[in-house]
Write a protein that binds this ligand. Structure first.
Ligand SMILES: Cc1ncc(COP(=O)(O)O)c(CNOCC(=O)O)c1O
Length: 401
């Protein structure tokens, strides 16, 4: 028999299936709300002008293509840490932050999973929210961790199940590893309030839980990079150690450049050095060292005051367009006389809206109205434009009447 006779056909990725169906649809006003990438008001990918400027600058520098070190472009990781933790961060000043460049956010999550599997001194189980990003479970299972869930979404209120979250994390064993979305929760778009984050921090103190923050949308959620990093900085102020996965896919539009960072806030500079050394030992056999181009672009932007300011304006522009599309969709649904309460569409934040539509209704949206999105009722708000929002509202109104 053939060497690979035992390889079975695996299930297709849920999102890819949507894109395939969308491509096959010949209706010219079809709408794709499945893709988790920013689109402008013409439905086109958006290359930030600040990224273009940084690219041109780099070209003039005639840089070589030598290997980076295992932990990547040093200027990039320095700037990425300042962006996440803030210029006045105490652990940063005390040199307690071990940081490595990663293959975007997914790579940072994977390095984190592998590091916890190798060194976490308590149960090698990580708790992730219900629901969470579709890829989280596989990343941590493949890292060799056990994956458990904590309540997060309340389908009756289409809001946060805060009591359920607290109850589950209270019931979890002491010193559990817990994954937290720092902002713009994927897929629900529902974030805890600042007061709720304070209560979550208190609970982590009581239980000795260890937070692993996934910050894939810093600046892209509210339009303010400091505001979006609130929970990470709160936990640090409250004295927690933590680990952080950063992605620059969305907030810099560097999707395919795979720009990210993984960091750990250690107790001391000496501990940070030990962690650094072990992260290098772990990364080396994984991919040896990361790609330099995207990190150089990000570093150029973050390291140049003027370009950084321009970038902040552009990332706010993306966030503002998404917030505007949320309001427009809700308004159009109201104007159509929909009897449903659509407040959640504008209460939620970031790339995605959890509509509350059932799988059957999502199916109807695709089959009868050529509107494509995942069965869980998640729509990527960035796929909404001033040109298609009316037709989208009509379609949603029809399948929910
Ligand atoms: C919460 C979260 N973490 C991490 C990541 C990883 O992003 P990347 O590896 O591209 O940086 C993503 C990327 N999501 O992709 C959009 C979608 O859900 O359709 C993410 O949403």
């Amino acid at each position: 028999a053939s060497t690979w006779a035992n390889v079975k056909e695996g299930p297709p990725d849920a999102i890819l299936g949507i894109t395939e169906a969308f491509k096959k649809d010949s209706f010219k006003e079809k709408i794709n709300l499945g893709v988790g990438a920013y689109r402008d008001d013409k439905g086109k990918p958006y290359v930030l002008p600040s990224v273009r400027t940084a690219e041109q600058k780099l070209l003039q520098d005639n840089l070589d293509h030598e290997y980076a070190g295992i932990t990547g472009v040093p200027a990039f990781t320095k700037h990425a840490a300042v962006l996440a933790y803030g210029p006045d961060s105490k652990p940063l000043k005390e040199d307690r932050i071990a940081i490595t460049q990663s293959i975007s956010g997914t790579g940072a999550l994977r390095i984190g999973g592998a590091f916890f599997e190798r060194f976490y001194p308590h149960a090698k189980t990580i708790y992730i929210p219900t629901p969470s990003w579709a890829n989280h479970k596989a990343v941590f299972l493949d890292s060799g961790l056990e994956v458990k869930q904590y309540k997060y979404y309340n389908k009756d209120t289409i809001g946060l199940d805060f009591d359920g979250l607290i109850a589950d994390l209270k019931a979890a064993p002491e010193n559990s590893l817990v994954l937290l979305h720092a902002c713009a929760h994927n897929p629900t778009g529902i974030d805890p309030t600042q007061e709720q984050w304070q209560q979550i921090s208190q609970l982590f103190k009581e239980k000795g839980h260890y937070p692993f923050f996934d910050m894939a949308y810093q600046g892209f959620a509210s339009g303010d990079t400091d505001k979006d990093a609130y929970p990470v900085r709160l936990f640090i102020e409250q004295g927690h150690g933590l680990a952080l996965a950063q992605s620059f896919a969305k907030n810099m539009g560097l999707y395919g450049e795979r720009v990210g960072a993984f960091s750990v806030v250690a107790d001391s500079a000496e501990e940070k050095k030990r962690i650094d050394s072990q992260v290098k030992i772990l990364v080396r056999p994984l991919y040896s060292n990361p790609p330099v181009n995207g990190a150089r672009i990000a570093s150029e932007i973050l390291g140049n005051a003027e370009l950084n300011k321009q970038w902040l304006g552009e990332v706010k522009g993306m966030a503002d367009r998404i917030i505007e599309m949320r309001a427009l969709l809700k308004q159009n649904l109201k104007d159509l006389g929909s009897k449903h309460n659509w407040d959640h569409i504008t209460n939620q934040i970031g790339m995605f809206a959890y509509t509350g539509l059932t799988a059957e209704q999502m199916d109807k949206l695709a089959k009868e109205h050529s509107v494509y999105a995942t069965k869980d009722g998640r729509i990527s708000v960035s796929g909404i434009t001033t040109g298609n929002v009316k037709r989208l509202a009509e379609a949603i109104h029809k399948v929910t009447s």
